[in-house]
Write a protein that binds this ligand. Structure first.
Ligand SMILES: [Fe+2]
Ligand SMILES: [Fe+2]
Length: 186
């Protein structure tokens, strides 16, 4: 990762560590890796999409504890809405003074805001949604999630099977990793 993104990563980690819901540092690490894989084959502007991937879940830092722990229903939805709502000020604060233009910063913010509850037509917004979903199937985050959600790997895999993607690259990588997790079951 380039130096300018490493600086953003270091600033983001401070926020990601504050959120008790799950290990967002691990999650984000794999969203960033997934984004790098997608950027190679699908295009999209790296300068905007790497910061968007790094910062997309920093808004969880300011979601009230009771809401973070909700797994379903209205509180869980409210938590998701809030993690989007909280993200722009954090993202702007971290990106300020790092050589991004105002337009670039607002594009990054728009991409972050579209990673839940939306079905965007824009490729860059789609790439963040794909990277976010794809990240969960890799070995390290997969078993961390199974432990965290107290699910068996088999049950979690069954659940992940329903994942849908916009891009062919994400579908291909997902299928490959999915098979690896299936093989680990026996
Ligand atoms: Fe998120
Ligand atoms: Fe995420």
């Amino acid at each position: 990762m380039e130096k300018e993104f490493q600086m953003i990563w270091r600033a983001a980690v401070v926020y990601l560590r504050k959120a008790p819901k799950k290990d967002f540092v691990l999650h984000t690490k794999w969203v960033v890796r997934s984004m790098e894989m997608l950027l190679k084959k699908e295009g999209g502007e790296r300068r905007v999409l790497m910061p968007a991937a790094i910062l997309h879940d920093t808004g969880w830092a300011d979601v009230p504890f009771e809401l973070q722990m909700a797994v379903e229903g209205d509180p869980a939805r409210k938590a998701l809405v809030l993690h989007l709502k909280n993200a722009p000020p954090i993202a702007r604060k971290i990106l300020k003074g790092r050589g991004f233009t105002k337009q670039e910063i607002e594009r990054i913010v728009e991409i972050i805001l579209s990673h839940k509850f939306k079905n965007p037509r824009n490729l860059e917004k789609r790439l963040l949604i794909d990277a976010d979903t794809l990240s969960d199937i890799f070995k390290e985050p997969f078993y961390a999630d199974a432990k965290h959600y107290k699910k068996t790997p088999k049950a979690l895999l069954e659940f992940r099977k329903q994942n849908r993607f916009y891009t062919k690259t994400a579908k291909d990588i997902f299928s490959r990793e999915f098979l690896k997790r299936v093989k680990e079951l026996d």
